[in-house]
Design a binder for this molecule. Structure first.
Ligand SMILES: *Cc1c(COP(=O)(O)O)cnc(C)c1O
Length: 364
């Protein structure tokens, strides 16, 4: 066996050993007294070692790259990311002793750069945020490294049939519940990878479960779902970190999604605050988006006289957003008025009152 293959074998063993040391993430019930007959659970991805669902993605991307022969001892791994993917990939790069470079817009917060540096990663800042992809390719070429490219490979790097992916884990954990086959799985799209895994898995296993994808306000995914127009573009980024994209990404697979909603950002943040209050700990903004998706599915079930279960993804914790989403001054400066909306989310959960207008829906 040549040296590269021997190195890759040891690298795969190292990642598998790390996986073996990790426990699965929790499935946490959240009660819906106003929506009788519906059991809601959040799959808590904040409990991974690097704090978000991107831990699964990073592990899958590294294994995929290793099994494809794309990684070599000593050559850098490069990613275009200003968020949790870079943090999780830095963790795995360190595990394998590989240099890691995150290519990010110059506006990226110092806290993110610090987190990446904590895992030994380097940050390469570019002035023009639209250039991070091109710059990553250039760096990979010039350093002999490998550009991971999460937005292309997220959907194919994960074993969607099983292998303890997020979908299989959810179904395992529901086994002894009143409704072990959920009526709905709720996820929100960043790369679209998580939604793709959920959608493929329920089809492959012939479940009746439907997948609802909840998009952010400043994002093209919902409009692409309606029109099929892959050339859609926005000139601004999403305000809900981790989800919503200004262009259609290759990993977003509309055909495995059964229903889609588009949630106004203020309502997502209100739902995030309500969820944090009811769980007793802070969660990220996209978990709020998912709560709204879950409530819409739940109201639909109640209206149709159905009972059953719903599982939504809790994508990351709220510690990283202490100075933004959880800071009253910051919210005010951004023009958010959340009090009334938080009360509306509470009224929906606790009394079954319809959510405020403004959520766009397709397929539900
Ligand atoms: C990436 C991300 C998502 C979306 O997951 P994808 O699998 O990339 O679609 C949601 N929330 C947070 C916080 C994320 O970082």
């Amino acid at each position: 066996m040549n040296q590269d293959r021997q190195w890759a074998r040891e690298a795969i063993r190292t990642i598998e050993a790390d996986f073996q040391r990790c426990a699965d993430t929790h499935l946490i019930p959240v009660s819906l007294p106003g929506l009788p007959g519906v059991e809601l659970y959040f799959k808590d991805e904040s409990s991974h070692p690097t704090g978000s669902l991107k831990h699964r993605l990073a592990r899958s991307l590294f294994l995929y790259a290793l099994c494809n022969g794309w990684l070599k001892s000593g050559s850098p791994v490069i990613e275009a990311s200003s968020g949790s993917t870079a943090v999780s990939e830095a963790y795995f790069a360190r595990l394998l002793g590989l240099p890691f470079i995150a290519v990010m817009p110059a506006s990226t917060s110092p806290a993110k750069i610090e987190q990446i540096a904590f895992y030994g990663g380097q940050s390469h800042l570019v002035q023009d945020p639209t250039q991070i992809h091109t710059e990553s390719e250039r760096l990979a070429r010039e350093t002999g490294g490998h550009f991971m490219d999460q937005f292309t490979y997220a959907e194919r790097a994960t074993d969607w049939r099983a292998n303890n992916n997020i979908a299989e884990s959810i179904f395992q954990q529901l086994r002894f519940e009143r409704h072990p086959e959920p009526s709905w799985l709720i996820s929100s799209p960043g790369t679209g990878g998580t939604t793709a895994t959920l959608g493929r898995y329920v089809r492959y296993r012939q479940h009746n479960t439907r997948v609802l994808c909840a998009d952010a306000e400043q994002s093209v995914f919902f409009d692409f779902y309606l029109s099929g127009d892959a050339s859609l573009r926005l000139d601004c980024g999403s305000r809900i970190e981790g989800i919503g994209r200004p262009r259609v990404e290759a990993s977003f697979l509309p055909k495995v999604i059964d229903a889609m909603v588009k949630v106004p950002d203020a309502l997502s943040l209100a739902a995030m605050h309500y969820l944090a209050q009811s769980m007793g700990r802070r969660v990220g903004g996209s978990s709020g988006t998912n709560l709204i998706g879950a409530l819409i599915a739940a109201q639909h079930m109640v209206a149709n006289g159905e009972s059953g279960s719903i599982v939504a993804i809790l994508c990351d914790g709220g510690e990283r957003y202490a100075t933004t989403y959880y800071d009253a001054q910051w919210l005010k400066a951004q023009g958010y008025e959340l009090e009334g909306l938080i009360a509306a989310v509470k009224a929906c959960v606790e009394q079954g009152v319809a959510l405020p207008e403004g959520v766009l829906r397709e397929g539900i």
